[in-house]
Design a protein. Structure first.
Length: 402
């Protein structure tokens, strides 16, 4: 029999975290373990037994320590050479070690700046644990007004096409947004200095925390310095937001100019336009030109349920704010019962906002039964990225509670 190896609870938590992040699954029951077995076999050609995974995830009583062979197989499944390499990696990011590094940095920022920076840039940011460690380190650097650290963090190369890395950096950068909301001029100016050239700031801050309320302040300042299309849809995004800003200022002529620019960019785009941008294009075509056809065509072009949710949520919210006479009947064509299983926080937030949008829609149509049916399905504690529009949704939640 292969020798059993004692593993710590910290090591077990990390291997579980890596397995779920690598294969984009959440393990809650035996069926999830079967699915994970199949994914590992398909993607890595490694056969790990269903029973091993059930024991690892504490779904059955585990009285035996795993063998080195099993631990090696699990390590290879998440991209490491063997268990010893995985252990070394995990220990270097032990919570206590990182906390010690933060304490050293807080005690003597100048002396231990390099220690903190090396910690940040080497975190396993594609995992949730690494993502929250990243967030904690960024928050401390912000508290210290340490722009030397922040400068290096934003010029570091990240694989933003990896959705786990993108999501975790976005969460890590949320303090940059909230500090800007609170009027922190140093943070606002820091972002303004870098936003035109920093892909990570553009994608994980500017496009992730879109609160149109601040178009007349820091958000408008950030857009004003962007001239080049460093991201495929950046100038399209900029013109649509500036269209909205001009409309808020009752400058309809400028709003139409910005919208016309955005429309030309969309029509000549050699990239897939994001559903949220399609929603904005369709809404402003309706508001400025009284033409609903583009909104309908964009909605009908979508197939992925979460793309439909993104489109429906942003389009309905903008219409309720800017054109109370416009119909949001497209919401009635969304088959909620066919929606896929919601797997993570971001999907849950998007799904909740879709349910809330449907409840608002039917409330406005005075359909009490459907309003209550959708509203009772909502987890009102989870809003995902749309936390930036919390005031709009909170006011509706209070109305729908009655």
């Amino acid at each position: 029999m292969p020798a059993a190896i004692i593993i710590s609870s910290n090591e077990q938590n990390w291997i579980k975290e890596y397995l779920q992040e690598t294969y984009d699954v959440v393990i809650k029951d035996a069926f999830d373990c079967q699915n994970l077995c199949a994914l590992i076999d398909k993607q890595k050609g490694i056969k790990i037994s269903y029973s091993t995974l059930r024991r690892l995830f504490d779904l059955v009583t585990n009285t035996n320590a795993p063998s080195r062979f099993i631990l090696n197989q699990l390590s290879v499944a998440v991209g490491f050479k063997n268990w010893e390499v995985f252990k070394t990696h995990v220990h270097s990011f032990d919570v206590n070690v990182i906390n010690q590094n933060l304490q050293l940095y807080c005690n003597n920022t100048e002396k231990y700046r390099i220690v903190l920076l090396e910690t940040i840039l080497n975190l396993p940011i594609h995992t949730w644990i690494g993502g929250y460690q990243f967030q904690n380190c960024i928050n401390v650097a912000i508290e210290k007004n340490d722009f030397e650290v922040l400068d290096k963090v934003i010029i570091h190369h990240y694989d933003l096409d990896n959705k786990h890395i993108y999501e975790h950096i976005t969460i890590g950068f949320q303090s940059l947004y909230f500090q800007s909301v609170s009027g922190n001029k140093q943070i606002i100016d820091f972002v303004k200095r870098h936003i035109a050239t920093s892909l990570v700031l553009q994608k994980c801050l500017l496009q992730a925390y879109v609160n149109e309320t601040y178009l007349d302040s820091f958000l408008g300042e950030w857009f004003s310095v962007i001239e080049d299309n460093t991201l495929p849809n950046l100038l399209l995004f900029k013109n649509l937001l500036l269209c909205q800003k001009a409309y808020n200022e009752k400058n309809i002529s400028n709003a139409k100019t910005y919208y016309s620019n955005a429309l030309k960019q969309a029509e000549t785009a050699d990239f897939e336009i994001h559903p949220i941008l399609k929603a904005r294009l369709g809404v402003w075509e309706l508001i400025l030109n009284k033409n609903p056809k583009k909104l309908t065509a964009y909605f009908n072009s979508l197939e992925n349920p979460f793309d439909i949710a993104d489109f429906a949520v942003i389009a309905s919210r903008l219409l309720w704010i800017y054109d109370k006479e416009a119909t949001t009947d497209f919401l009635e064509h969304i088959a909620i019962e066919k929606f896929p299983t919601v797997k993570n926080y971001f999907q849950k937030g998007r799904f909740n906002l879709l349910l809330l949008s449907l409840a608002i829609h039917y409330h406005l149509k005075k359909d009490v039964l459907k309003t209550k049916a959708y509203f009772k399905q909502i987890d009102i504690t989870t809003f995902g990225y749309d936390i930036v529009n919390i005031e709009f949704y909170e006011s509706w939640i209070e109305i729908l509670k009655l």
